[in-house]
Design a protein around this ligand. Structure first.
Ligand SMILES: Nc1nc2c(ncn2[C@@H]2O[C@H](COP(=O)(O)OP(=O)(O)OP(=O)(O)O)[C@@H](O)[C@H]2O)c(=O)[nH]1
Ligand SMILES: [Mg+2]
Length: 299
């Protein structure tokens, strides 16, 4: 059989497990994950290379009504990804079922997908009964434009190999786009910034993480093989700055320690991480700030 390849975009409401699935298929964490909606902000590429084929997954921000300029950008990013791909993987969270926002997304997809095949994955099946999975499958079967439906657990990896096999049916003969050992086209600094953001999302149980932006100021490799990473966490208010820094600087220290371990694993070297916190009011509505953080505000 000839070598096959293609691009597959993962689309779904926030928090359904899109990034978890992509990391599972790729076998490495490239897209950050959290239990909060709207974790992914940009389109993240994950490359799955096997002997006879290559699948390039595009993890996208959860589709939801935008609240600010960053939200506009995220929605545009998710929907744009529909038009440039060979297949669409629609993801549903079995533990919450098909809500109004999922219905809306189904409608949008049906009108926008055109000839691009859509496969649906019912995720988080580890959290629900077989009856619930059957009900959801029946509901999705009514959407005749959906080609196949696969129940999975992205976290445990249950049935993800089956899903991969199903997606492969929709890929045509094509070139190897990326070398075998390349798992993403994200630059190191971008993954680095995301890992710091993920750590902050996990440690700060508050509303502010949504207002956090991370900028990498400098990455330098010393002669002794240690990477110096200088990064700034931007918050929208003075009071938020206090929360990120914490009593006696404890929170910032903890974020720094945890993020450093992730970055060391990413770089495969020792890392000296210097974190700063700055207030930048309304950055999510600022075109210049968005550009600086790697988003393109001029869509
Ligand atoms: N129990 C269970 N939890 C899962 C599964 N897949 C993902 N999760 C959890 O669901 C939460 C959301 O996962 P993400 O991968 O960040 O979801 P997402 O769809 O990328 O979210 P956004 O980027 O915000 O749109 C995390 O807490 C995951 O650990 C699964 O198969 N089973
Ligand atoms: Mg995500």
């Amino acid at each position: 059989m000839a070598y096959r390849s293609g691009f597959i975009s993962i689309i779904g409401s926030p928090n359904v497990g899109k990034s978890t699935l992509m990391n599972k298929l790729v076998g490495q964490k490239i897209s950050i994950v959290s239990d909060r909606a709207q974790t992914t902000r940009n389109r993240i590429t994950g490359v799955v290379s096997r002997k006879d084929y290559q699948m390039i997954f595009l993890d996208t921000p959860g589709v939801t009504a935008p609240k600010n300029r960053l939200g506009d950008y995220m929605l545009k990013t998710a929907l744009d990804a529909i038009n440039e791909v060979d297949a669409i993987l629609l993801m549903i969270d079995a533990s919450v079922g098909i809500r109004e926002k999922d219905e809306k997304l189904l409608e949008q997809l049906m009108t926008k997908c055109g000839k691009t095949p859509v496969v649906a994955a019912i995720n988080k099946t580890d959290l629900v009964s077989l009856g619930t999975i059957d009900e959801l499958t029946e509901r999705l079967q009514r959407e005749k434009w959906i080609k196949q439906i696969v129940p999975i657990s992205a976290e445990s990896g249950r049935n993800t190999d089956k899903l991969e096999a199903v997606l492969l049916e929709y890929l045509e003969e094509g070139p190897q786009y990326y070398p075998d050992d390349m798992v993403t086209d994200q630059p190191m600094w971008a993954i680095c910034a995301e890992m710091i953001r993920e750590t902050a999302l996990k440690l700060i149980r508050d509303e502010i993480p949504h207002g956090i932006g991370v900028g990498i100021d400098k990455i330098k490799l010393r002669e002794d093989g240690i990477h110096d990473v200088f990064a700034t966490i931007y918050v929208e208010r003075d009071s938020h700055k206090g929360i990120v820094i914490g009593k006696g600087g404890r929170m910032l220290k903890k974020i720094g320690m945890n993020a450093r371990q992730e970055i060391e694993w990413l770089f495969g070297t020792q890392v000296n991480l210097q974190l700063y916190v700055k207030v930048r009011p309304e950055w999510r509505n600022s075109a210049s700030a968005l550009r600086e953080f790697g988003f393109d505000p001029n869509f």
